[in-house]
Design a protein around this ligand. Structure first.
Ligand code: PSU
Ligand code: MN
Length: 305
């Protein structure tokens, strides 16, 4: 992981890092491609406020006019908003997309892989997202496996998620994480959550103490040349969950509709279809799990790491 991306670290994040105060990285593809306007900006503000309440400095990461921002200031948020409102095509930037985006002074949301690479370079150790990317359901035909898996294998951050995206092949994603040497633990649960639902039927080891997460992470990062990430799966709160049996027919229909698409267009299309077919329920659930993950991420960031 010897990328040399130039970073623009916000004053708040720079101060916190210099003073060894807790910082929590947040991704921005969920803003640019995962959620509709204006919920996307409302949630950005809400997530940053949750981190603040926990005395953790939020570092939302994105690329604006070719600059890799570590922490968005209000002028950056306004800039991003005006680009969206003016209909400027924002990119969905994975790790490998960063060099060209920088050279071309492009703007876009960073996926889990790009956010991890930039957060690590900035010296941030904890990152909260919604759901990670992984192995897509038709992988036997398409070989569509998210770069998120490789970044989790190679970048030593603690990543909090609500499982992987429900549209994926969950079993295959867990197998890929095993091959990638990524420990996956359930936060106070023993079943790998599947984003909208608390369960998937796949068992994972439970972890219930923040201090244990910190201890495991310290051990991993002290003793390895190139340690993987530590993935903490945090189930969506019960009140906001959509049962697997309720969401699955919607996912199957959306996947059918998406058959002609490939590559990075697939996920945004599916999420949009689900939002429509569930009359916004999937969006409400997405917002709730994001908040829940930022809460847990902030608590972890507050540990001695
Ligand atoms: N999960 C969601 N919404 C999203 C994503 C994940 O519910 O928008 C984004 C994340 O940024 C993740 C990316 O890193 O999708 C993975 O995309 P792909 O499958 O194209 O690698
Ligand atoms: Mn893909």
């Amino acid at each position: 992981m010897n990328s040399n991306f130039p970073l623009k670290v916000s004053p708040a994040v720079a101060q916190a890092l210099a003073a060894h105060k807790p910082v929590l990285a947040l991704e921005s593809t969920v803003i640019t491609h995962g959620l509709p306007y204006p919920q996307n900006f409302a949630i950005l503000t809400a997530l940053e406020a949750i981190a603040d309440q926990h005395h953790v400095v939020p570092a939302t990461i994105c690329v604006l006019d070719g600059e890799c921002l570590i922490g968005m200031q209000s002028s950056d948020i306004e800039n991003l908003k005006s680009k969206i409102l003016q209909g400027e095509e924002l990119q969905k930037l994975a790790w490998r997309d960063l060099p060209l985006a920088i050279v071309r002074k492009a703007s876009g949301g960073t996926t889990v892989s790009a956010t991890m690479a930039l957060a690590h370079k900035a010296g941030i150790k904890v990152f909260a997202t919604g759901g990670i990317g992984g192995v897509h359901r038709a992988w036997q035909k398409t070989l569509d496996i998210s770069l998120d898996i490789k970044s989790l294998a190679e970048i030593p951050l603690i990543v909090v998620c609500a499982g992987c995206k429900a549209i994926l092949d969950i079993g295959a994603t867990l197998e890929a994480l095993e091959t990638a040497n990524v420990p996956v633990y359930g936060w106070q649960c023993q079943d790998f959550p599947s984003f909208y639902s608390r369960n998937s039927g796949y068992k994972i080891p439970e972890i219930s103490k923040l201090s244990e997460i910190a201890e495991v992470y310290r051990l991993m990062s002290e003793n390895a040349e190139q340690a993987p990430a530590l993935l903490i799966a945090n189930p969506i709160p019960e009140a906001d969950e959509i049962l697997y049996s309720d969401i699955e027919p919607h996912i199957r229909q959306a996947l059918k509709d998406a058959q002609a698409l490939s590559g990075k267009a697939v996920t945004p299309y599916l999420l949009d279809k689900l939002a429509q077919s569930t009359a916004g329920k999937s969006v409400t659930a997405n917002l709730a799990l994001l908040k829940n993950n930022v809460r847990l991420g902030a608590l972890i960031a507050g540990e001695r790491l």
